[in-house]
Design a protein around this ligand. Structure first.
Ligand code: AMP
Length: 213
């Protein structure tokens, strides 16, 4: 079987997590989100969780060293044999360079949405404490207020989705992550996808590009 090793790139709020879930189901490959892994560590109160808690709350990036080691270990697991989707990694040129030493990548999917829409999406976002599924207070509310439709977990407003932190995250993105677009376009495996529209429309665009339809 052909391997499908995918990086999903794009600013916070562009829909990486949602589309990574779709790709994971469609191609039966694991979604690996460094943000989810870090949030789980924080929730469990592990030493790593305690170190990164404030950094996430401030909308800053965790050190390259920490996330690279998370990814290096995760990619060794058996379920990554046929491929994987990286959601939220790499986020700096140093992370991209390290990733290159660990694995090859088949596609880099860059999701594109204008900044005003991103802010609106992020502010209204609510996340399940238990399964990490995301909702939006206006565009995709849960059936019961603050309760996850899927697992019954409690929904919360991530500190980094509060307005004062969103701006910082977008600035961090521009400064540190946007240069990756140029980096990957030089390697010629960059696919640009319009991230505006319904979730299924965006998913359709991504899979058409991946399958070369
Ligand atoms: P996300 O859920 O992808 O938006 O990530 C939430 C937060 O986790 C980010 O704002 C960072 O603080 C941290 N984080 C996740 N992935 C990375 C990464 N690749 N490099 C540095 N920090 C990260």
């Amino acid at each position: 079987m052909r391997k499908l090793r995918i990086i999903l790139l794009g600013p916070p709020g562009v829909g990486k997590g949602t589309q990574a879930n779709f790709l994971s189901e469609r191609y039966r490959i694991p979604k690996i989100s460094t943000g989810d892994i870090l949030r789980q560590e924080i929730q469990k109160g592990t030493p790593l969780g305690n170190v990164v808690k404030n950094i996430l709350g401030q909308g800053k990036l965790v050190s390259d060293e920490v996330v690279i080691s998370i990814i290096e270990n995760r990619l060794k697991e058996k379920d990554c044999e046929n491929g994987f989707i990286l959601d939220g990694f790499p986020r700096t040129l140093a992370q991209a360079a390290s990733l290159e030493k660990i694995t090859e990548v088949d596609f880099v999917v860059s999701l594109v949405v204008q900044k005003r829409e991103l802010t609106q999406r992020l502010e209204g976002r609510r996340t399940c404490k238990k399964c990490q599924r995301m909702y939006h207070v206006v565009f995709e509310p849960s059936k019961r207020p603050n309760i996850c439709d899927v697992c019954g977990g409690e929904l919360f407003w991530r500190k980094d989705d509060h307005p004062e932190t969103i701006e910082k995250r977008l600035i961090e993105y521009q400064r540190l992550t946007e240069p990756l677009l140029k980096y990957y376009s030089r390697k010629k495996n960059l696919l640009e996808v319009n991230g505006i529209g319904k979730i299924v429309e965006v998913s359709g665009r991504i899979s058409s590009q991946l399958e070369g339809v």
